[in-house]
Design a protein around this ligand. Structure first.
Ligand SMILES: [Mg+2]
Length: 295
């Protein structure tokens, strides 16, 4: 058993869930409102616009788990399996589906790419962060970077037609893959954004709101990761931004969780997560797939 690899895979999946559960409390608030109500939020207390139970996760984590389960069911071509888990989740009537993804589910008629295109045309845009927030499992499941890039792009295009979403998902999972190999967080981020529109925009405080627009989200995620020295600091920064805080926390938390490892996430955070048993099971299955000789 490769204990370090398990620690990183587990850190990645829990990293998403904890960032989501912590940031869910402050989603759609602004920094003034957060300060007045919570001071500086550091604990998973639930509440917020979704009236969450403490430790309850939102769409970010639930869709991430759909991607994990789809990959586990059909690692070679997971699109249809991921789609079935998406629909199963949708049919459970979750309280928090993003606009673009809701529209795609509404339009889906057997062809995900077509549904994503129709939703893009109907809404006039599809550059949300909804395919980025759930894409991490692809980097945790596959060993080959060509597989990671192909399946990461595919899962983005299932709901988000805008090529900026695909680009950011691939960049993010290339980072995740390198962190899984034990590389340094700062050098990985700087190397992977080189030549993209994010180059030169990750050090200074972003001059954009922490919104659900994928470009804004990714700028905040990279900034937070470069300016935090541990896992808790990263997800707390996201939670106290407000705006799309749960998604920014989930995305930043995924990479921070791989880099600092499961053991780097405070126990009070991991113990709070209500879907903990399901996460533990999926972590061991992801590890088995990642280390199997057939993939
Ligand atoms: Mg959410």
């Amino acid at each position: 058993m490769d204990i370090q690899l398990i620690n990183r895979i587990k850190g990645g999946l829990y990293g998403v869930a904890v960032g989501d559960a912590l940031g869910g409390t402050t989603e759609f608030m602004n920094t003034k409102e957060i300060e007045a109500k919570h001071g500086y939020l550091t604990e998973i207390i639930g509440g917020g616009v979704w009236n969450l139970e403490p430790g309850e996760v939102t769409d970010d984590t639930m869709m991430t788990l759909c991607v994990v389960e789809g990959i586990l069911e059909d690692p070679a071509e997971p699109k249809e399996a991921i789609g079935r888990f998406f629909i199963k989740w949708y049919e459970s009537r979750p309280k928090d589906i993003g606009n673009i993804i809701r529209q795609v589910f509404h339009k889906y008629d057997g062809d995900w790419f077509e549904a994503a295109f129709i939703a893009h045309m109907d809404l006039g845009q599809s550059a949300g962060n909804g395919s980025l927030m759930r894409c991490l499992p692809v980097a945790l499941a596959y060993k080959d970077t060509a597989d990671i890039e192909r399946i990461t792009a595919m899962q983005s295009r299932m709901t988000h037609y805008d090529p900026r979403c695909t680009e950011v998902c691939v960049m993010y999972n290339r980072m995740a893959y390198r962190l899984l190999q034990g590389e340094d967080l700062r050098s990985v981020i700087l190397a992977e954004v080189a030549g993209s529109e994010y180059e030169g925009h990750v050090e200074a405080l972003p001059d954009c709101p922490p919104s659900g627009f994928v470009v804004h989200t990714f700028r905040w995620v990279l900034h937070i990761l470069l300016h935090s020295t541990n896992y808790a600091e990263a997800v707390q920064k996201a939670a106290n931004l407000g705006g799309d805080s749960d998604t920014i926390g989930a995305i930043a938390g995924g990479l921070a969780g791989i880099y600092y490892g499961y053991e780097g996430i405070p126990v009070r955070y991991t113990e709070a997560i209500l879907v903990k048993e399901r996460l533990d099971l999926l972590v061991s299955q992801l590890y088995a797939l990642n280390t199997s000789s057939s993939m």
